[in-house]
Design a protein around this ligand. Sequence first.
Ligand SMILES: [Zn+2]
Length: 419
Amino acid sequence: MTMTTELSDTNGEEGDFSGYQVLRVLVIRRDTVEILRSYQDRPGVDFWTELSDRAGPVDVMVSPDVGRQLKEELTRSRSSYVVNIEDVQVREVAVETEVVNAEHPTAPHADIGLTARSAFSLTWRKYHRLADHHQYLDFVADSYSRLCQTFSIGRSSEGRDIKGIKCGKGKREIWIDGGIHGREWISPAVVSYLIREFSERAHLHEHILGNFTIYSVPVLNPDGYEFTYTGGKKNRFWRKTRSKNRNSKCIGVDANRNFDIYWGKVGVSRDPCSDIYAGPRPFSEPETRAVRRFILSHAGKLEMFLTFHSYSQLLLLPFGYSEERPPDYSQLLRVAKLGRQRIFSASGTWFKIGQPSQRLYPVSGISQDWAKARAGVQYSYSLELRDRGKYGLLLPASQIEPSGKEMVEGVTAMIEEIL
Ligand SMILES: [Zn+2]
């Protein structure tokens, strides 16, 4: 399809994040939550991690004016905060400079033994548009046709293909998705890295690929992902889908609040303008309906469900909506711990394990819970990738490869454990 460029910001001043900061506010007391909440729907405010009633850090990006005001209020109430990112624009430019350098890598695919007939643009040295991700899936299907085939689970509300690739010969099945939230660029990059591992390096994983077929969808929310590129500078941090909301000018739904599991109960908003809007009803979005259709038609065969987000370095177990645990929680925990250990051995990166309600904030309507409780996928996890907030949503592209490598270790360890 033809992509329309929607440059909403023509004014250069508005078009960048000069002077914007990301503050990490330490929430210990109720009054800190109240202060943050009063800023929630203000212009010039974007929560990078979500606000909850629980104690813990909350990252929020603020414009220079709002930042001054918020810092004053926090200081007055004796709440503590640190400046995580001094200037979002400077950091973003640094990430983009890396992108430019990556256009001319010295040896683009030197380490992967490129022998196939078609080429591809993905480099894992910069972040790529949707078309490059889809082209890579075609490349893999072309080059490893006996092992891997592309599939589509449906179309987004703007008509983009929600495309994936399956690799493996086993009857048992695994689901991997990325990019349900547009702005979390590291997620599709890491999922495509995993796809590369299970195709180009399949010889290293014969036991896994002989027993399992792995279904991977690198960009589950293609409209939201593309909008972070085409929507003008101010929309680099777009999270939701791009569906139209009745009776509101605001666009989109948080796809990962839209699943029919405790829908609309906690950690969501009913305001269509909110970043965590749960939608008018469960499965209002074509993207989430596509996941439902696929997963239910594979129920009984799917044994693992992995959904990749960023950031915070967390390996999250069900359930998200409360501290209720599934009866087989200890088994899920054992597998998660093995994955975490292998990640740590590979790179020294430490992932915390827990339920969203303990580690992040209670949330309802998330895909991981739905896959576990409604579709019966036993090993269902959400992973929040690098980092812990130094760069946050602006993780430099130089961290794609190390993130991909450590996830190959973690994911293969987890699959081997259930083999
Ligand atoms: Zn996310």
